[in-house]
Design a protein. Structure first.
Lengths: 365, 312
């Protein structure tokens, strides 16, 4: 009788370099193949769709600036997710913290914009937005660090509450955030002092460079500072951290608040940048959720987030333009985003384990 | 204001609880096997649009329900492969499923935008019983799937706590090493219940589409019900019978904004009123999900932890 075949997962001691590059790359390819199957099944041409996405997202000069512009907010939500994920804190409410960043940023812009000059106003808007984002994670962070309540569903539920808050501020009559006596409810534009103009009349704003700087700064904080070291120890071994006298509760609280602030910054970036007003349209865009994918694909590495953030921005902005140019549903971009992450997660197994099939020896007398 | 509206509101709470019961039962079976599937919201949404498209093209609601349920199982299969076979991070895998499911549902749903289902699942009538004041509309004027969901919950309770395979299922979630030592395959049990869980979530999503919404509204079709269902499992202490009552309670908070709006009770702005179900869920979760309380409630001890046999 033939002995049965068993698949063995053998933990690798060291990951071969080529797999670290190959796995994400193949994930993208595999996701594109799946996307192509869906496109074919629904009667669209995959080649035409993808070449349009490629040129609208990455190749044309308009495409590049649009992509970099969009990547600004996506990198914010990406580093927000990664900053918490690296400590095994699953803040998946970046979406809601982003809404609060918009509310806070718009409030600061509208309330103070007429009194202060631009060089003061822009930092104020970004700061208030970040604080609002941190405020939105305060409750989940507090109960997580004090009571141990899992942050996963609490941060997510607050996103739905934040969405209602945005709608309330835009649709309730006489709201501070809307244009008075307008034919239809619409957010009021912040004054000029609180808004930037795109570089060379494109949709790429100077905030892009600020966000890149912040990302590199976080990379340095995590790798080189005592605070970053503490985060590493707690995530590797909470027990060791405890015996080393590290206050894990306080670190948990601060890491989550910083994570919330970074998503809030993403919302404020939209206020000084392309949106300029509190816009309920943000609710359908899912920039906060995209941050989760971006962080996971970059395996919470901050410098890699810049790359995956720009990649996803291209995917999204290319996908968004499809609707206009070829009538292909724009949601193909979001779908590919999810598919890439699913494949990357599966591929992770091949990176971590040496997987091979063996014929099991049957015990003989 | 008349008293009647509150009877209708209660009847609506029972009705809306159907999706919650089915989705939460699906999550419950999955979690009892030790697998955490956060992808419920994505599965609900994809199942909803699949059932719409199937019912719309075939003209049969029942075919819609079947297709929606199978799509639910299929998506849960992705989660099973990732988390059981490939030992991926279950939290991230579940989130990936939400994002993929949302994108896929909206992609598939494009031709459905602005369309409604020709026939919806209709409530049954029990003749004079349905006309009893108070009790009639609440108990005797629901549709077949609503009744079925309660029957499924009762059967699930019997299966979990009174049968041999139910015992094996609970053991797999609490102590997979012992199950393994008994000669049973932990992986196979986990995969089976993850698929079955997806089937139930899929049924819940299909019902939501074909009985409740009737029209496709993109992500607003499910509007976070999947996340509420996940919280409901904790609230119910991983027990099917308690889940029914929890679902009716949360169902009440879900329909209340609409009832108040219909009654033109506007002392609370409607956008703020819509926060109610999520706020209620949040408060319940914070109250109940401290690790010590969770254990007392009966959380599966190996939830979310991949099983790796010690190789000797």
């Amino acid at each position: 009788m033939r002995s049965p075949i068993r698949v063995v997962f053998e933990q690798r001691n060291e990951t071969p370099k080529h797999l670290s590059i190959l796995v994400p790359l193949l994930s993208v390819v595999a996701a594109l193949v799946v996307g192509a199957l869906f496109l074919l099944a629904t009667g669209y041409s995959p080649i035409e769709t993808y070449s349009n996405m490629l040129s609208d997202g990455f190749i044309s000069s308009r495409g590049i600036t649009d992509t970099l512009g969009l990547s600004t907010v996506l990198i914010c939500t990406g580093i927000s997710a990664a900053f918490a994920f690296q400590m095994n804190l699953y803040n998946i409410g970046g979406e809601g913290q982003l809404y609060l960043g918009m509310i806070g940023g718009a409030w600061a812009g509208l309330a103070l914009g007429d009194q202060l000059p631009t060089f003061v106003m822009i930092p104020v808007v970004l700061l208030v937005g970040s604080l609002a984002g941190a405020l939105w994670i305060l409750l989940p962070a507090f109960v997580r660090s004090r009571l141990g309540t899992s942050e996963i569903v609490t941060t997510l539920l607050l996103t739905y509450i934040a969405a209602s808050l945005v709608k309330h501020f835009v649709y309730s009559p006489g709201s501070f955030f809307v244009t008075k006596n307008s034919a239809f409810p619409q957010g009021r534009l912040v004054p000029d002092s609180a808004s930037l103009t795109g570089i060379g009349d494109t949709s790429l704003y100077p905030t892009f460079f600020l966000v890149i700087l912040i990302t590199l700064g976080l990379f340095w904080v995590v790798k080189k500072t005592e605070y970053g070291y503490r985060i590493q120890v707690i995530s590797d071994s909470p027990r060791a951290a405890h015996y080393a006298g590290i206050n894990a509760n306080r670190t948990t609280l601060s890491v989550m608040l910083i994570s919330g602030a970074l998503s809030g910054l993403g919302g404020a970036v939209l206020i000084v940048g392309p949106f300029g007003r509190l816009d309920p349209g943000i609710i359908l865009l899912g920039y906060g959720y995209a941050g989760i994918v971006i962080a996971a694909l970059a395996r919470n590495n901050f410098s890699a987030i810049i790359v995956s953030g720009i990649l996803f921005a291209g995917l999204r902005s290319g996908g968004d333009k499809l609707q206009i140019s070829t009538d292909t549903p724009i949601h193909i971009g979001v779908m590919l985003q999810g598919a890439i992450l699913l494949f990357a997660l599966g591929g992770e197994a091949f990176r971590r384990y040496h997987i091979h099939a063996v014929r099991t020896e049957r015990a003989t007398q | 204001m008349n008293g009647n509206i509150w009877v209708l509101a209660s009847a609506d709470s029972v009705a809306i609880a159907t999706t919650l019961v089915l989705a939460a039962l699906g999550a419950l079976f999955t979690e009892r096997a030790g697998v955490l599937n956060l992808g419920i919201e994505g599965i609900l949404l994809t199942a909803a649009i699949s059932s719409f498209l199937a019912a719309d093209s075939s003209g049969s609601i029942w075919l819609g329900l079947i297709v929606g349920s199978l799509v639910g199982a299929l998506l849960a299969g992705i989660h099973a492969v990732l988390s059981v076979v490939l030992r991926a991070n279950q939290i991230v895998a579940g989130l990936a499923l939400v994002i993929f499911g949302t994108g896929l549902a909206n992609f598939l749903g494009k031709p459905a935008e602005g369309k409604t289902v020709a026939t919806i699942i209709k409530p049954l009538s029990f003749g004079p019983l349905s006309d009893i004041p108070l009790v009639g509309p609440i108990v005797f004027r629901q549709d077949p799937i609503t009744y079925a969901s309660i029957v499924i919950a009762i059967l699930a309770s019997l299966y979990l706590f009174r049968s041999r395979p139910g015992l094996e299922l609970r053991a797999t979630g609490d102590d997979p090493a012992t199950v393994d030592a008994q000669g049973l395959s932990v992986a196979s049990i986990r995969i089976r219940y993850t698929l079955f869980g997806g089937l139930l979530v899929g049924l819940g999503g299909s019902w939501l589409m074909l009985a409740q919404s009737a029209a496709w509204h993109q992500a607003a079709t499910t509007n976070g019900i999947g996340w509420i269902a996940l919280a409901l499992v904790v609230f119910a202490g991983w027990r099917p019978m308690r889940l029914i009552f929890g679902a009716i309670l949360f169902g009440f908070t879900l329909q209340l904004p609409f009832t108040l709006q219909a009654e033109q009770i506007t002392f609370i702005p409607s956008a703020l009123m819509q926060m109610l179900p999520y706020l209620a869920t949040l408060i319940a979760l914070i109250g109940l999900s401290r690790p010590s309380t969770r254990n007392k409630l009966g959380a599966p001890k190996a939830l979310g932890i991949p099983f790796v046999r010690d190789e000797r």
